[in-house]
Write a protein that binds this ligand. Structure first.
Ligand code: TTP
Ligand code: MG
Length: 388
């Protein structure tokens, strides 16, 4: 069995913890009222009642909740808290896969003797997080990671939701399509267009119809998802191999721009190998080794395969920025693609933009094959910059 654990209103809860006077009040992290161009990172559950949520422009949040407590946020503090929490998760499972700053999958098979059945373990885990940090965590339990993740989201805040083995399909069929993990805005648009409201509506469609609507790969994914099967990229430990690239620096690197440029180079060599082999991947990993030789690995899976250098670099950069402790000298940097699959043949998998990007990269790849000395590459300025 697997657990997905996700802290409730993470940044806002840390602020309420550190400032008891904010407890029970609408707290909005992302910027001060004067920061006209900021967006909301997160809002406390008290603020969500006013309709404030992550990624909303701060200006709009102010309109909805003028009495809110607005804060810019303290990344260092959240990161420190995140490490403590991941450490606590590690007390309950030998295999913790961190997904983001405040969420992780725990493989809890074989832990029964120590902690009792899954539900008992989950209760102990919640209590441990509360006692040791003062924060609340929501937990989903299921026979695969994909369903555990959906379940934790539905238990929020401070919840615990178990999907018993055998109940996976019924659970997925009863689900509103908005809760299908991996179905983003574009997909929701298609759901709306066809009047598809629940997992049951999708369940009734043939694989062929789903492929026609969503492309072969994502159509297959949906076909299996509503039957309660876990997404392979999350649940298979095997995959069909992996590829990675890394670079050891001749001296310790401190400069962020230099480091992130090195990461871009690494991603570039990876994406070309991936495209060259006609394969695809949904799991990206980044490896950091500091000058004292301590190492960190960060890995993230998405239901959507990596489609381009742009996409790979954005994912690797986000992982790197999540893990890297600013100011520490870097000895080695690496990136990897795990659980490789047969590459996409069908165009409909990607939006027009992605298709264009892939074609551009394929063209560059071709030229580099023919003229290795040309060392053609995309300039960094064309790539996405992310807020640290
Ligand atoms: P989430 O776990 O998605 O959100 P949350 O913990 O605030 O709320 P809940 O899980 O109870 O729904 O993200 C974790 C943190 O990541 C969040 O506290 C702030 C940050 N974050 C952003 O900065 N921008 C975003 O758009 C999102 C979604 C999260
Ligand atoms: Mg959270």
């Amino acid at each position: 069995m697997y657990i997905h654990a996700d802290l409730d209103a993470f940044y806002a809860s840390v602020e309420q913890l550190d400032h008891p006077e904010y407890a029970g009040k609408p707290v909005i992290v992302g910027g001060l009222p004067g920061d006209r161009r900021s967006v909301v990172s997160t809002a406390s559950y008290e603020a969500r009642k006013f309709g404030v949520h992550s990624a909303m422009p701060l200006v709009q949040a102010l309109k909805r909740c003028p009495q809110g407590i607005y804060l810019r946020g303290r990344m260092e503090r959240y990161r420190e808290m995140s490490e403590r929490i991941m450490g606590i998760f590690g007390d309950f499972s030998p295999e913790v896969r961190q997904l983001s700053v405040d969420e992780a999958f725990l493989d809890i098979s074989g832990t029964e003797k120590l902690f009792g059945p899954p539900e008992a373990l989950a209760k102990k885990l919640k209590a441990a997080v509360r006692e040791k940090t003062g924060l609340t965590v929501s937990v989903g339990i299921a026979s695969n990671r994909y369903i555990a993740k959906i379940a934790s989201g539905m238990s929020k805040p401070d919840g615990l939701f178990l999907i018993p083995p055998g109940g996976e399909e019924a659970f997925m069929r009863s689900l509103p399509v908005g809760k299908i993990w991996g179905a983003g805005e574009k997909t929701q648009e298609i759901f709306r267009k066809h009047g598809l409201k629940t997992g049951e509506d999708l369940y009734r469609l043939s694989p062929g119809t789903l492929s026609a609507m969503f492309g072969k790969s994502f159509g297959n994914f949906l076909y299996r998802a509503v039957r309660g099967e876990g997404a392979e990229s999350f649940d298979s430990e095997r995959g069909e191999g992996s590829m990675s690239a890394e670079r050891t620096f001749p001296y310790d690197l401190y400069d962020r721009f230099a480091i992130e440029s090195a990461l871009l180079d690494i991603c570039e060599s990876l994406i070309w190998r991936l495209l060259g082999e006609g394969r695809q991947a949904r799991t990206v990993q980044v490896k950091i080794r500091y000058k004292d030789f301590s190492s960190v690995l960060a890995r993230e899976s998405s239901p959507n395969p990596v489609v381009s250098l742009n996409d790979l670099y954005a994912r690797a950069l986000a992982l790197f920025r999540k893990k890297y402790q600013d100011g520490r000298g870097l000895r080695l940097l690496g990136a990897g693609l795990m659980n490789l699959e047969e590459g996409p043949r069908q165009k409909e998998l990607f939006g027009a933009q992605d298709e264009k990007e892939r074609n551009l990269e394929k063209a560059i790849l071709e030229i580099n094959r023919k003229f290795p000395s040309a060392a053609l590459r995309r300039s960094r300025s064309k790539l996405p910059e992310q807020d640290p």
